[in-house]
Design a protein around this ligand. Structure first.
Ligand code: ADP
Ligand code: MG
Length: 358
C-alpha cells in the first residue's frame, strides 16, 4: 500500500506572541506544500529520505525517542513515535519528500512535513483519527523528538485549513473556526517578505518574553480575561509585555469581525497596530523587519507587520493587487540601499489543508 500526500505551510494574519497566553490567532494555509511519497512496510523499519535535506534515516521504530533520529528525520519519525505513544498501531514505512514549503522562511515547513506524514500514516495504517488528534501527535513529535518549542498553531492550520479561509484558533479551549479570507476576490494580496535575517538572540529573548507573560499571569490572572486597567497595576518592566498580549487578542477579535462582515480591506490598520505593539511593547522586531514594514506601507500596502517570533524572519503586507509590483520593488530597493541581502517576496494564497494527492 502506498500513495502521495501533502500538507501546506502557513502565514498568521494576526495574533502574534499570544499562543502561550491563552490567546487567539488567525493563520491561513498557503499554496506551498510539502509532498511525501509513502509506502507501508510489513516490518518495523523506517527508511526516510528527502530531496531537500542531506542524509537518510534507516532504522527501527523502537529506536525513535527524544533526540533520535537527529536532524530532519526527527520530524517524520517523531510523528510515528507520537502516534504509537498514544496507543495506535503503526508499523514501518518508506517515505520520500519530493516537494517542500521553503525551509526556515517562517512558513512552517516543519509542521507541513509532520502533517503530511501524519495523514499518510493515518490512512496507510487505517487509524481514521480526527485531525485534531493528528495535530496533537505532530506537536508532540516537534516538542519531544525534535526538541523544538511549538505551540500548535502551525499543525492545526496545516491539517484543518480550507481554501479561501483563515482558521481562528482559540488557544485556551482548542476550538477552531473557519473565517472567510479571500484577498484576491477583494483585489488584494498578502505579500510575505522574508528578510533572510535570523538573529542569534531570538531563542533567549523568546524565553524572556514567555517568562514576563507568565509573571503577569501570576499577578493578574489570565491575560485572556484581563483589561488595560488590570495591566496598569503591573510592575513597569512587565507592563508593556502584558499590554501587547491584551491588545493583540482584542485586535484578533476585531479582525475576525471585519472578515466575517466582508470588510477584508479594512484590516490594514489592525496589522499596523499589531506591528507597533510587537515592536514597541513586546520589543521583538528588528531593524530589517521595521524597514520591510515601513517600506511596504509607503509603497502602497494597506497594512503590514512582522510575523512569527521576531528578531528577523518574515513580515506580511496586505497589498492591493495593482501595487504588488511596486511594493515588492520598493522593499528590494530599500534592502539593497541598506546593504542587506535581497529579501524574498511572495504572494500567500489562502489554500486547503493536508490531503491525499494520489
Ligand atoms: P520553518 O518551520 O519555519 O520552516 P523550522 O526550523 O521550524 O523552520 O523547520 C525547518 C526544518 O524542518 C529543516 O531544517 C528540516 O530539518 C525540516 N524540514 C522541513 N521541510 C523539510 C523537507 N522538505 N525535507 C527535509 N526536512 C525538512
Ligand atoms: Mg517550524
Amino acid at each position: 500500500m502506498s500513495g502521495t500526500w501533502s500538507a501546506p505551510g502557513r502565514v498568521n494574519i494576526i495574533g502574534e506572541h499570544v499562543d502561550y497566553a491563552e490567546g487567539l490567532c488567525l493563520p491561513f494555509a498557503i499554496a506551498e506544500r510539502t509532498v511525501v511519497q509513502v509506502s507501508r512496510r510489513d516490518d518495523e523499519r523506517l527508511h526516510l529520505s528527502s530531496d531537500f535535506e542531506q542524509g537518510t534515516f534507516d532504522g527501527e521504530l523502537s529506536e525513535i525517542g527524544p533526540g533520535t533520529p537527529k536532524g530532519w528525520a526527527g520530524y517524520v519519525a517523531g510523528v510515528l513515535w507520537a502516534l504509537r505513544a498514544a496507543g495506535h498501531r503503526v508499523g514501518g514505512i518508506d517515505l520520500h519528500v519530493t516537494a517542500s514549503v521553503p525551509l526556515g522562511a517562517g512558513l512552517s515547513s516543519s509542521a507541513a512535513l509532520e502533517c503530511a506524514t501524519a495523514i499518510a500514516v493515518d490512512e496507510l495504517f487505517e487509524l481514521h483519527l480526527p485531525r485534531t488528534e493528528l495535530a496533537a501527535a505532530c506537536v508532540r513529535a516537534e516538542n519531544e523528538v525534535v526538541g523544538a518549542a511549538t505551540g500548535g498553531m502551525d499543525q492545526a492550520v496545516s491539517l484543518l485549513a480550507t481554501a479561501g479561509h483563515a482558521l481562528l484558533i482559540d488557544t485556551r479551549s482548542g476550538d477552531t473556526r473557519q473565517v472567510p479570507f479571500a484577498p484576491a476576490e477583494a483585489g488584494l494580496a498578502v505579500l510575505v517578505i522574508d528578510t533572510k535575517v535570523r538573529h542569534a538572540l531570538a531563542d533567549g529573548q523568546y524565553g524572556k518574553r514567555r517568562a514576563a507573560v507568565e509573571e503577569a499571569v501570576a499577578r493578574i490572572g489570565s491575560l485572556r480575561d484581563a483589561d488595560l486597567a488590570a495591566v496598569a497595576t503591573l510592575p513597569p518592566q512587565i507592563r508593556p509585555r502584558a499590554r501587547h498580549v491584551v491588545t493583540e487578542i482584542a485586535r484578533v477579535q476585531e479582525a475576525v469581525a471585519l472578515l466575517e462582515a466582508g470588510r477584508l480591506a479594512e484590516i490594514g490598520p489592525l496589522l499596523d497596530a499589531s506591528h507597533a505593539s510587537l515592536a514597541g511593547d513586546f520589543e521583538v522586531s528588528s531593524p530589517e523587519l521595521d524597514l520591510a514594514v515601513e517600506t511596504a506601507r509607503v509603497a502602497g500596502a494597506l497594512g503590514a507587520r512582522m510575523v512569527g517570533g521576531g528578531f528577523g524572519g518574515s513580515a506580511i503586507a496586505l497589498t492591493p493587487l495593482d501595487r504588488v509590483d511596486a511594493v515588492s520593488h520598493a522593499v528590494r530597493a530599500a534592502f539593497a540601499a541598506s546593504g542587506l541581502a535581497e529579501p524574498d517576496v511572495r504572494i500567500a494564497e489562502p489554500s486547503a489543508g493536508a490531503a491525499r494527492d494520489q
